[in-house]
Design a protein around this ligand. Structure first.
Ligand code: SAH
Length: 382
């Protein structure tokens, strides 16, 4: 039986009878609880390493911890797992995973193979409160923040699925057999990561921990719609992940209309925060620019963008709008996208056109979730 024990701020900490999910204590409270049980401090590090470094699902597997201590841990704690409800594979090799959380909400992660990389796009919230007009998640509202372990577990679970597949056949289609592990991570799935700052930062600590999945922060990118105070906070946090900013417009008038966040933090303030963001040598901010036909795709927009970004170490990802049922926008023609790209290139910017991947499995923009669990809040993966 699952009991939900309310926390002070109204969210709940999931408990299984009297046992507590040990992952909910990671990273801050694990040591304290381990010490409270009379165990040595280093046991906390060992438990962390078993769970996030070796994918352990039970205390029984933790062979360097004394048996009596393992039994004590198993009496007090359990180790939650994301439940994989569905995985689908696209003709282009993109794989989509639908996970169920303990409270039955569902989230998506998408694995995108590309040249010599295999990038996992993960979610940070169930739904999203930012209400960007071109985004399916935005149109269906916000449910809750993901806990740090729910964010990190997307990486753990997909990693585990990939590692368990036989080398010759994944069983789900040949285009998906290329990669046995994740090389890069992007927080570009469902939700606004900086609106769930503390949990996202904790998840990043888990994902980059030497004794955990050990991703280099340079291989992790956080994408935000432009929450200026949190961009500053991230810059000061010492967590040196890459920053991507969804700019999507070159005037406040248009950005106000398509991204309500702009009414709080207009373009000038946002770009000032980007200019202040600490960047190591040769690191660049990525500006994402969703191209909407007749809204932000003109030559004048491209020229204005080139001017706005002057002096920022950056590159630009142009993302032709990915339509969904009922959406009010259209995708520009390819020649318009190429013209926009050329103007940026002529002004010495690196600009790439990023197609939404996995259209045949609805990998873009939360359509899988909507299709398999209709009526639930949708999610966005582009
Ligand atoms: N909230 C974060 C991350 C989620 S959205 C952010 O705003 O950056 C990830 C990316 O997908 C953003 O750049 C967003 O602008 C883009 N996006 C959302 N809906 C899209 C759509 N229908 N077509 C193309 N790109 C879309």
């Amino acid at each position: 039986m699952l009991l939900c024990v309310p926390k002070a701020h109204g969210r709940s900490l999931f408990m299984n009878n009297i046992r507590q999910n040990i992952k909910a204590l990671i990273p801050d409270k694990l040591e304290e609880r381990i010490l409270g049980l009379g165990l040595k401090k280093y046991r906390a590090t060992q438990v962390f390493e078993w769970i996030y470094g070796h994918h352990a699902e039970s205390f029984d597997e933790m062979s360097n911890i004394a048996k009596a201590e393992r039994l004590l841990l198993a009496e007090r704690f359990y180790i939650s797992q994301l439940r994989t409800l569905n995985t689908e594979c696209s003709a282009d090799g993109t794989r989509k995973f639908l996970f169920e959380l303990e409270d039955k909400h569902t989230i998506e992660s998408v694995l995108i193979p590309e040249d010599n990389r295999s990038t996992l796009c993960i979610s940070s919230q169930v739904g999203c409160a930012q209400a960007c007009r071109f985004c399916l998640t935005g149109s269906t509202g916000f449910h809750r923040n993901l806990e740090a372990f729910e964010i990190a577990d997307q990486v753990l679970t997909v990693g585990k699925i990939l590692a368990a597949e036989p080398a010759s056949s994944s069983g789900i289609g040949s285009s998906c057999e290329q990669f046995r592990h994740i090389t890069n991570i992007v927080l570009m799935g469902m939700g606004e990561p900086l609106a769930n700052f503390d949990n996202v930062l904790s998840a990043l600590m888990i994902i980059t921990a030497d004794k955990g999945p050990a991703f280099s922060p340079r291989r992790v990118t956080l994408s935000t719609d432009g929450l200026v105070p949190e961009i500053e906070k991230l810059g000061g946090s010492g967590m040196k992940v890459n920053l991507a900013v969804s700019l999507n417009a070159t005037t406040d008038e248009v950005r106000d209309r398509i991204m309500p966040v702009n009414r709080r933090y207009p373009i000038k303030e946002l770009l000032a925060a980007c200019r202040r963001f600490p960047l190591d040598d040769r690191r660049r901010i990525t500006f994402e620019y969703v191209m909407l036909r007749g809204v932000n795709d003109s030559e004048a927009n491209a020229l204005r963008l080139a001017k706005l970004l002057r002096g920022i170490q950056c590159k630009v990802n142009l993302i032709p709008f990915n339509p969904f049922p009922g959406s009010e926008f259209k995708r520009p023609d390819d020649v318009v996208v190429q013209r926009f790209k050329k103007i940026l290139a002529d002004h010495h910017y690196t600009a790439l056109v990023r197609e939404s991947r996995g259209r045949d499995i609805s990998a873009a923009c939360g359509q899988l979730r909507e299709r398999l669990t209709p009526g639930s809040a949708s999610s966005t993966i582009s």
